[in-house]
Design a protein around this ligand. Structure first.
Ligand code: SF4
Ligand code: SF4
Length: 318
């Protein structure tokens, strides 16, 4: 994708952004620990205490989402690996389904997606499982997804795909490839491998996580758009705190706590920030927004098995 196409894409995204009464996407941190140390992730810089989301807090959130907007895309997780706690995750998914949530989704690094866990996840009503796998070659994967094991994660996801195929229904299974300098050459091999096995391939650009990482996306500040993350997504840490946006990984600009207030009120507390974005009053936003480049990441590309144009869309390159 060249630069002008990328700017067109950002403008398309911006034209659909409004200040909604409830977020489109709700991300909840089941577990703030992680078993990997990925090169593109801020997790090893996290200073806030690590812990696990209590069932009672999830029940409170799920009940309210089900009442206000049951179609909200609910995602486990935010900063941490949810499959460190598979039993609690499955209990939470079952509760969410019973409460009436219509879109429950999981993002995992796949290392603990054992055959048993895969079968149990396929027994839930999950809509999507995204597995972050950013390399085809073992050396590339294990450099980027440090402490991960390429052969383990490939075998785990291959089993998940086979098992879903055997059942003839189940969640969409996506393998996510964050395009970076070290892995972009492998994308075609990666794409063909996973599409051939029935996975959706999701290709996306690297995030700066509130300006903690440099990214290679070149879009001039004059072309700035309202930050889609801030406008569409609400996050809840394991302890109930609601950060201003995904770039606010420590909760330094927190909107309050989900133990003490409704999600509608907490989302409402962030309304002023959203309006500043939509009015392009970027210099009135917290300074984090000066260095963060996440407003410019654009949409991911999703390639699904059976689509005709895979060869035409090999890269997001800037
Ligand atoms: S698995 Fe996820 S949370 Fe853990 S270090 Fe990697 S990107 Fe970060
Ligand atoms: S641009 Fe600002 S609102 Fe958007 S993710 Fe970054 S810090 Fe948050």
């Amino acid at each position: 994708m060249d630069k002008s196409d990328h700017i067109d894409e950002l403008n398309r995204i911006a034209s659909g952004l409004k200040n909604p009464v409830f977020p489109k996407i709700f991300a909840v941190e089941l577990c703030a620990d992680c078993d990997l140390n990925c090169s593109m992730c801020h997790h090893d810089q996290m200073k806030r205490p690590k812990g696990n989301l209590p069932m009672a807090l999830w029940q409170k959130c799920a009940d309210e989402i089900a009442e206000v907007a049951p179609g909200t895309n609910v995602w486990f997780s935010f900063c941490g690996e949810p499959l460190l706690m598979p039993d609690r995750l499955i209990e939470m998914l079952k509760y969410g389904e019973k409460a009436g949530l219509r879109s429950l989704n999981l993002n995992t690094n796949g290392m603990r997606l054992t055959n048993d866990v895969a079968r149990r996840l396929l027994d839930t009503s999950l809509s999507t499982i995204v597995i972050g796998i950013d390399g085809f070659e073992k050396t590339t994967y294990e450099k980027l997804r440090f402490l991960g094991n390429r052969d383990t994660v490939y075998a785990n996801v291959e089993f998940l795909l086979e098992e879903r195929k055997r059942r003839e229904h189940g969640p969409e299974i996506m393998v996510q490839f964050i395009e970076m300098e070290d892995n972009s050459k492998e994308f075609a091999q990666y794409r063909d491998h996973w599409l051939g096995l029935g996975a959706t391939v999701k290709l996306r650009r690297q995030l700066s996580w509130g300006g903690k990482f440099e990214t290679a996306i070149e879009v001039a500040n004059e072309k700035r758009i309202a930050c889609p993350w801030a406008i569409t997504m609400m996050h809840v840490f394991w302890d109930g705190r609601v950060p201003r946006c995904p770039g606010d990984t420590e909760g330094e600009e927190s909107a309050g706590n989900a133990w003490d207030d409704t999600l509608v009120n907490l989302w409402g507390n962030l309304r002023g920030y959203r309006q500043l974005h939509l009015d392009h009053r970027f210099d009135e936003l917290p300074t984090r927004c000066d260095t963060c480049t996440d407003w410019k990441t654009g949409a991911s590309v999703k390639l699904r098995p059976g689509q005709a144009n895979h060869q035409d869309r090999p890269s997001l390159s800037r």
